[in-house]
Design a protein around this ligand. Structure first.
Ligand code: FES
Length: 128
């Protein structure tokens, strides 16, 4: 009986570890090419669709780099629009800073999800 319990424990532990490893694999970040950096003029705020993903993201181009965020409003998920250097939600009026993702006006209270950007050989990439 004691041996059976040990085997059951070890088998259960292996199953849990395998589940954890496989679930981490499915949440792995992926990197996508957004286009040539020349498409993103310094000072511009664009909303682009990530190729092969269908997800829309905002990209603010500055002299010091690129800042990318989700364009799903953190209030109720409505699609945000670019307006100057802000992302605005026309549904209830929330506004977000396109460089930091922080809320500038509610009712939203949470900042936007930020995405990492990188530049390689003249192309802008985003990691979701
Ligand atoms: S869904 Fe954006 S402010 Fe309500």
């Amino acid at each position: 009986m004691e041996d059976f319990s040990r085997r059951t424990f070890i088998g259960g532990t292996i199953a849990i570890v395998a589940t954890l490893v496989s679930s981490q694999g499915s949440n792995a970040a992926s990197t996508y090419k957004l286009g040539k950096t020349s498409k993103f003029k310094p000072g511009s705020l664009l909303i682009v669709t990530v190729p092969g993903q269908g997800q829309k993201v905002s990209v603010l181009a500055t002299a010091t780099g690129f800042f990318a965020f989700s364009t799903s409003c953190t209030h109720q998920g409505f699609q945000l629009q670019a307006e100057g250097k802000k992302l605005v939600c026309t549904y209830h009026g929330s506004q977000f800073d396109a460089k930091t993702g922080n809320v500038k006006a509610g009712p939203a209270t949470r900042a936007l999800t930020k995405y990492r950007t990188s530049v390689k050989k003249g192309y802008l990439y985003i990691t979701l």
